[in-house]
Design a protein around this ligand. Structure first.
Ligand SMILES: Nc1ncnc2c1ncn2[C@@H]1O[C@H](COP(=O)(O)OP(=O)(O)OP(=O)(O)O)[C@@H](O)[C@H]1O
Length: 301
């Protein structure tokens, strides 16, 4: 018996960017980016503030054009949903806003009403459907932001920090909605730094630094990408700036007395060593699972 070799199916390319640069003024904020997004795949973009994640999302969505290089999309219609990082406080109600977004997208009124109500309900926003959004909190605005992008079951969903402002319950619901969309074939590209979202739905993780993709991890390569949060005191500003350059660090937030950094877990040992070598002290290390390991407690055992 001859067994036919079954080749794994490559997802259909929805959008491709080839050797793209993006220049703003005299600054090259994206450098030689090449990326194909296949249908139904989920790509997470991680990297420090200013590394180019939002710009790449806008390029993929055709909301910004590459200064050089090419963006091409598959033949036919490509419907795209985009969740920007910040959503304005508009003087409309969610129902007014979402119904007009649906109409602009060509949805008929009965389907739009059904979809809008369903999504508002799923994200616990039904009771605010007719309240003006200029009184909404950041999390409430983010939910409306997400609903407008998911309304028409887009082929490509671009999410800029989708969990930002959402409480734990809303995050869980969003994860569920995104996983369902992905199963139905929607491609998702998201700028993200929560390991929960990465672990549950990302097929590929691209680490960006200074406008370049410096590393790519694929789920099928069995490389687990998890993020660990380290809270520390110090070190002095010079050493802190050097530390922040470490490619494993994807987020660096300085508070009044402490610094909080998010680190790819495989770089944690090296980063901890650097913190201690440069005179900083570590207050806590919080691995992806959310278990808070207090070093002071460990030291006292
Ligand atoms: N419209 C613009 N005009 C000028 N500079 C811009 C513009 N958009 C982005 N930039 C610059 O491009 C660089 C990359 O910005 P981008 O927002 O893509 O980074 P990011 O990784 O998404 O950061 P963050 O995590 O803070 O959102 C930054 O230095 C930013 O100031």
């Amino acid at each position: 018996m001859v067994l036919e070799e079954v080749k794994p199916q490559k997802p259909e390319g929805l959008v491709t960017i080839q050797n793209a640069d993006k220049v703003y003024g005299r600054r090259k904020v994206l450098k030689d980016i090449s990326l194909t997004v296949g249908s139904g795949e989920c790509i997470a973009l991680v990297g420090k503030n200013g590394s180019g994640k939002s710009t790449l999302l806008r390029l993929l969505g055709g909301l910004a054009h590459p200064t050089s290089g090419i963006r091409s999309v598959r033949k036919g219609n490509l419907s795209t949903g985009y969740v920007p990082e910040r959503f304005p406080q508009l003087p409309f109600t969610p129902r007014e806003f979402l119904m007009s977004a649906a109409a602009v997208g060509g949805m008929d009124k009965p389907s739009a009403e059904q979809k809008v109500s369903g999504l508002l309900q799923q994200l616990d926003m039904e009771q605010y459907a007719d309240v003006r959004m200029n009184r909404f909190s950041k999390g409430m605005l983010q939910k409306i932001n997400l609903i407008q992008a998911m309304l028409q079951r887009p082929d490509l969903l671009l999410l800029d920090e989708p969990l930002s402002g959402l409480d734990v319950k809303a995050q869980e619901k969003l994860l569920y909605l995104l996983a369902a969309l992905k199963r139905k074939g929607t491609a998702i590209v998201m700028s993200v730094h929560e390991s929960k979202l990465i672990e549950e739905i990302a097929d590929r993780v691209l680490l960006m630094k200074d406008g370049q993709v410096i590393r790519e991890n694929r789920g099928d390569q069995d490389i687990k990408v998890t993020i660990t949060r380290i809270v520390m005191i110090g070190p002095d500003p010079g050493a802190a700036a050097l530390l922040a350059e470490h490619p494993g660090i994807i987020h660096y937030t300085a508070h009044l007395d402490t610094c909080e950094i998010e680190v790819l877990s495989d770089a944690v040992d090296e980063v901890l060593r650097r913190i201690l070598d440069s005179g900083g002290s570590v207050i806590s290390v919080i691995p992806a699972g959310g278990m808070d390991v207090h070093l002071a407690e460990v030291a006292n055992e």
